[in-house]
Design a protein around this ligand. Sequence first.
Ligand code: ZN
Length: 255
Amino acid sequence: MKALIKEAGGWIDAAKRVVVLTGAGISTDSGIPDFRGPQGVWTRNPKAEKLSDIRYYMTDPEVRRLAWQSRLDHTAWSAKPNAGHEALVNLERRNKLHALITQNIDELHQLAGNSPERVIEVHGTMRKAICMGCGLLGPMQETLDRVRAGEEDPPCRTCGGILKSATISFGQALVPEVIERAMRVAGQADVFLAIGSSLQVYPVAGAVPAAQSAGARIIILNAQETPFDDIADAVLQGSISELLPQICGTVAPAN
Ligand SMILES: [Zn+2]
């Protein structure tokens, strides 16, 4: 394992364009539970999945009421970036981070200090609310304030439409331009680093073979096995917040 960490770190040292893909696993050390893992929210409470299903959400006011309550209580509001997120900030400071594709909706990469323009949020963000009627976007906390003040299912103030977090729910289409950008940057990588993702959700998982066929080295860092372990140049299984700082290196001290 030590030799493998060193080798992967060497590829990153030599790289000019590292493209990173992160999934829920990088945020679990910040106290945000993984939805699909063994201890995942959906694994333990299948009913919670209804709250994230666009069909139930759009047709059932009770589902929306419950969804707003669960947004109020979300662990992300008090979560702080961990050493794994910080390692990726370090990668950007070393001028190696070409793009950071994330399946996470918690914005912990931006909070850690990665430039927002480098972060590609394929599943949107929970820190904004969107109107399903007119498409208006606003800060999530403003809408949560209305829920706290007693509105159980606050409507859009512009058009009266249904509000929702600006995330991609089950049954909802991904944003084509966002996915196209993710695939394009994957094809520009010299090292592709997949972190804390089960790599089972398409089309995003397809970024791994896309990067490889364009010539990138593939490094997979995850607590569990992934379907791409066999084609990866290095597979590191273990704690992301411990391993990632070791392979992302340190910033050279300023002279
Ligand atoms: Zn509206």
